[in-house]
Design a protein around this ligand. Structure first.
Ligand SMILES: Nc1ncnc2c1ncn2[C@@H]1O[C@H](COP(=O)(O)OP(=O)(O)O)[C@@H](O)[C@H]1O
Ligand SMILES: [Mg+2]
Length: 377
């Protein structure tokens, strides 16, 4: 038995022994049947044959011939059964080896995975779809475990890094106050509060991020009108935009833009897009929220695009914006860089897509949310 496939008392005999027993029983049943049939049918058939040939035998000769016939039959059956047993042992050994080796290897790999060795993989056994399926399933499981472990390590590093910046700032400020270098006045406390608030919003983002990593968002998909979603998002952000001197424009068709999704969740995503756009704009810039039915016509779903004339980004970075903790200008952005990560996870949980595009730095950006219009589920 190979490593990992350690035997357990409840397991009983090995596969090889079981296959041998099964084939042995078949051989035994065959031999017994053969013997019974031979003893019942053989002599009658033999004598009928002698009668038909006109052979007349007296008592002593008949006994002799009968003995000879039975001995010949017994020898033939014994030889046949011996040969069949030998073949059975060979076949049982061969089949058991072919079958049990991949199974033991699969068990060994699963044991290594359970022990935290995510590099364990099983070779393709090449003995039929069942065992092939088993080893592919184990390899897929190993891939998943390996990726999620790498993901977890990277996440912990990112989180430690994100926590360190505001915490060091708080630590430095508190120390300076204690040393009498900084006065504990309004200005210092405001700066401190800004750091603690950053920590608080980071913990909120982390909670949302862990839900998005687990794909654990609860979305309630229903028919909805993206034109109406765009309209209410613009209304909700109008005051903030006005305060920032940024124009917020709405472009929606007169007819509804039907799609399937969770209106509350779509609203959260558009809020995130409008929040980002405002931070990338300077006074005098414009952000336009457009809703429209997707290019394929009704039934293809609909989209909302948030287009700004702000900072933009190099086009090749478009996908990176959706990576967690990614910020183009970390110092000035004020966010933790998980807004778009969460937004995309939310949209994908509804069967939609969220993408970003820009003609380049200083040339604005467009973030597009697309939702299908199929039935939920
Ligand atoms: N409309 C936009 N124009 C240019 N860059 C953007 C825009 N929206 C997002 N980004 C970039 O993507 C980064 C990630 O955005 P996000 O995940 O929402 O994080 P955060 O807003 O916390 O920085 C931002 O820091 C910014 O650099
Ligand atoms: Mg953001």
């Amino acid at each position: 038995m190979s490593a990992g496939a350690t035997a357990h008392p409840a397991d009983g005999p090995s596969l090889a022994v079981r296959v041998l027993i099964a084939i042995g029983l078949v051989v035994l049943a065959g031999a017994v049947t053969l013997l019974v049939v031979a003893l019942l049918v053989g002599p009658t058939a033999f004598h009928r044959h002698l009668d038909a040939a006109g052979v007349e035998l007296d008592g002593a000769t008949l006994d002799h011939v009968n003995d000879g016939f039975q001995w010949a039959m017994a020898t033939a059956i014994a030889a046949g059964v011996t040969a069949a047993t030998a073949v059975a042992v060979a076949v049982a050994t061969f089949v058991a080896r072919r079958v049990s080796r991949p199974v033991s290897q699969a068990a060994a790999a699963a044991t290594r995975l359970a022990d935290g060795d995510y590099a364990a993989r099983v070779a393709e056994p090449g003995v039929g779809p069942e065992l092939g399926g088993l080893s592919r399933a184990i390899n897929r499981l190993a891939d998943r475990l390996e990726t999620s472990e790498a993901h977890r390590e990277a996440l912990l590093t990112d989180i430690a890094h994100e926590l360190r910046t505001p915490l060091s700032a708080v630590e430095a400020t508190v120390e300076a106050i204690a040393d009498g270098v900084l006065p504990a006045d309004e200005e210092t406390l405001t700066a401190l509060r800004a750091q603690t608030q950053r920590l608080l919003s980071l913990t909120r983002d982390l909670a949302a991020l862990s839900r998005s990593d687990e794909h654990a968002f609860r979305v309630d998909r229903r028919p909805l009108d993206l034109a109406a979603v765009a309209r209410s998002a613009v209304a909700a952000h109008a005051a903030r935009y006005a305060a920032g001197g940024v124009t917020l424009a709405l472009e929606v068709p007169a007819t509804p833009c039907p799609a399937h999704g969770d209106a509350g969740r779509v609203g959260e995503v558009v809020d995130q897009l409008l929040d980002n756009a405002l931070r990338q704009c300077r006074p005098g810039d414009t952000v336009t929220v457009r809703a429209r039915t997707a290019a394929g016509g009704p039934g293809e779903g609909a989209e909302i695009a948030v287009a700004d004339t702000g900072a933009g980004f190099p086009p090749e970075l478009a996908e990176q914006l959706f990576e967690r903790f990614y910020r183009l200008a970390p110092a000035s952005s004020g966010g933790s860089g998980v807004g778009l990560t969460i937004a995309r996870a939310l949209v994908e949980a509804q069967g939609g897509t969220l993408s970003a595009a820009s003609a380049g730095p200083g040339r604005g950006a467009v973030l597009t949310l697309r939702l299908p219009d199929d039935r939920p589920g």
